[in-house]
Design a protein around this ligand. Sequence first.
Ligand SMILES: Cc1cc2nc3c(=O)[nH]c(=O)nc-3n(C[C@H](O)[C@H](O)[C@H](O)COP(=O)(O)O)c2cc1C
Length: 461
Amino acid sequence: MTNKKRVHLLGFIQNGVNSHATGMWRNARDKVNWDWRRPPYWQHMGQTMERGFFDAMFIADELAPYSNVDGKSDECVKWAVQCPVHEPSTIVPIITTATKHLGVGVTLSTAFEHPYSMVRRLSSLDHLSYGRVAWNVVSSYSKSEWNAYGADMATRYDRYARMEEYMEVCYKLWDSWEEDAIIADQVSGIYADPTKVHEVDHQGEFFKCKGRSFVCRSPQGRPVLWQAGSSDRGRDFAAKHAEAIFAVHPTVERMREYTNDLNHRLQATFNREPGSVKRIYGLQTCVAETRTEAQEKWERIKANIPLEGALAWISGHFGPDFTKFKPDDLIQDIEIPGIQGLFESMLHSKGGAPVTVKEGALYYAQGMGMPLACGTAKDIADQIEYYMDEGGADGFMLAATYTPGCYEEFVDYVVPELQRRGRLRTEYRHNTLRENLLEPDDETPSINTIDLTARKSRTGT
Ligand SMILES: Cc1cc2nc3c(=O)[nH]c(=O)nc-3n(C[C@H](O)[C@H](O)[C@H](O)COP(=O)(O)O)c2cc1C
């Protein structure tokens, strides 16, 4: 038993050819003998993360290719800047069927889907996974998404106002079926007690919903709620609703600032316990047996990044067309229409020193503004411990470089080192993602809450 804080690990990925390090699809080690469009790739990715005792695979998403360069998406298509990207929830059952403990976080936008079908989909996935699903709640920050759906883009303020009500409807629907609503009495023929399946009657500003949820209560009741909003409004939303947040900060000082800010909001505004929301920070890693080898590998990875693709990506994530600036222009500290928190990670990538457009774009394209941990397993474990102890991180969203190799290497090299230091679990103690993610560090093994016998007979495992 150790009283050191244990790390939560997640693999950060998209259901696409290239995730969060631009140009990785052309790396000689990327997807060798794997096709990302087919189930075996996702099964292997899930099994690799489970072998490393990750909490979850976390699937990012957006709804359309970015069209911020000259108002077109040509550059994103040309350089595979998060394009193509397939629908994220389709791979959830593939991953959870191939694993027993790994959770899956899925990013689904509230912008164009009614809460009724969102709840139906997420609760169905929670059932199919035996309670291992998380939902990354987003509202579509990119104009291209709104164009694709033929709608006028709402302001940040309106998106959050609408999302507040969205959550209200979701909570009502998730609570529609009480835990003991299903009787299934074959003698009387009564399957469920209608007095315990409540009809939702919501007549709000943005949504109307009248009816019972169509999905009976799922193992977790509702998916683990995840949020990555980073503006002032976004941080409040996260402090109110989230069980875990995902943020990117290039320095330990900014991690600490964020940690303190979130804890303050939790306590002062939402009457929640400081520390009760898991803080999962982004980290890009590159591991090898020696520092020289790791550095050489990292240089090869960076050589894959096309500047044009990097500029198209920051234009897509932040809004302005960055190809219209000179490469040596300095990036200004402004409010942008896109992802404010990630913009700030690029802005602070040199620890507060001015950053040019070219520097910012190339830095961002290495791993979405995440700090880099490059070196031996010991070096990376040191950095992880430092961010946990000094920055308040509870865990890390590990961005992909080449796949599945980057996760295989992390699991083979870094995971045993973290376990040796008492920083990472050596077994999964629970069945649901929520229980594994939120378990106290000093918790002793608990009694399983899901009927494992039923599970074994069905899966044959
Ligand atoms: C680390 C991080 C990851 C994010 N991932 C996604 C994503 O996969 N899909 C998406 O639509 N938005 C994503 N976002 C956007 C946010 O969830 C949020 O909608 C956006 O930042 C606008 O809110 P804000 O102005 O409060 O930051 C991400 C944001 C951050 C900071």
